[in-house]
Design a protein around this ligand. Structure first.
Ligand code: CP
Ligand code: NVA
Length: 305
């Protein structure tokens, strides 16, 4: 049984196989209607159930389209309208859904729930974002970096702002694929030692935005207030020195790419001139959720890696 709870569940070689497949399938689809299945329909007849405890635009739509393009179908559920929302356990939900569908994707507030789902499901379980990590997003980010003509080993990726779930997965990716992740986060909002350790010696935390940006090939940021976190003016104030603006981009390597998983809070973690500027890859990054997740789905069913 293959679960995709974090990037390390797949490992270096299988991530590379997924990225190769994403590149190939994406190029093969040019000019096709988006709802039409790929010619080989490799997951024909497969049904993906998706459970959302938190809001989503990209993850919801890209997974739905991904399974369709692979020849399968999806069932999308908000946790609040399921019996899960009235206290049915994750374990029982996993056992019941395993009898109906071929794979389960869940977005939840607590990473332990994804682990619990995988423990009791007899079908693959995919992490569609938890408080701890967002591996599907980083698959899309890796694909976007590759498409920009860069090779991953030896890159310097700079993270600015909150030491959150997305950063944890980027650090894990750096450890698996051999690139450095330098995170500039204010005191009190830095990633845990355990998250830095996911970088296998390639991830580190610095105290100023300049230190991270200097010589970076890719600049990444994310919302300062993640879903489920309290809105705090004190946090926003602490984050301001880590805002990605044109001056910060100028400290990175010439032509450095800008990534953001979206949704963005313009004027907070990034200014319009950067997110809408020539170095921003946010739209291909968002589209690549679709292409990367098709590969994740195929991997879960043993078709890749
Ligand atoms: N980046 C991302 O996961 O977006 P959604 O919250 O819209 O799914
Ligand atoms: N860090 C953000 C990512 C949203 C896609 C959050 O968890 O809300």
């Amino acid at each position: 049984m293959r679960h995709f709870l974090d990037l390390s569940d797949a490992g270096t070689a299988d991530i590379q196989a997924m990225l190769d497949d994403a590149v190939a399938r994406k190029s093969a689809r040019i000019g096709w209607p988006k709802g039409k299945a790929d010619a080989d329909a490799p997951l024909a007849g497969h049904v993906l159930a998706m459970i959302f405890e938190k809001n989503s635009t990209r993850t919801r739509v890209s997974f739905d389209m991904a399974i369709r393009q692979l020849g399968g179908t999806s069932i999308v559920m908000d946790a609040g309208s399921m019996q899960l929302g009235r206290g049915e356990s994750i374990a029982d939900t996993a056992r019941v859904l395993s009898g109906y569908v071929d794979a389960i994707m869940i977005r939840t507030d607590d990473h332990a729930k994804v682990v619990e789902m995988a423990k009791h499901a007899s079908v693959p379980v995919i992490n569609g974002l938890t408080d701890a990590s967002h591996p599907c997003q980083i698959m899309a980010d890796l694909l976007t970096i590759l498409e920009s003509g860069r090779t991953l080993p030896g890159l310097k990726v700079a993270w600015l702002g909150d030491g959150n779930n997305v950063l944890a997965s980027i650090m894990e990716a750096g450890g698996l694929l051999g690139f450095d992740v330098v995170a500039a986060c204010p005191q009190g909002f830095q990633p845990s030692d355990a998250d830095v350790a996911r970088g296998r010696g390639r991830a580190r935390v610095v105290g100023t935005a300049s230190e991270a940006a200097e010589g970076a090939d890719v600049i990444v940021t994310d919302t300062w207030i993640s879903m489920g976190q309290p809105h705090a003016d004190t946090k926003l104030a602490a984050m301001m020195p880590f805002q990605v603006d044109e001056a910060l981009m100028a400290q990175a390597n010439p032509g450095a790419a800008f990534l953001h998983c979206l949704p963005a809070h313009r004027g907070e973690e990034v200014v319009d001139a950067v997110i809408d500027g020539p170095q921003s890859l946010i739209w291909p990054e968002a589209e690549n959720r679709l292409h990367a997740q098709k590969a994740v789905l195929r991997w879960c069913f043993g078709q890749l890696g």
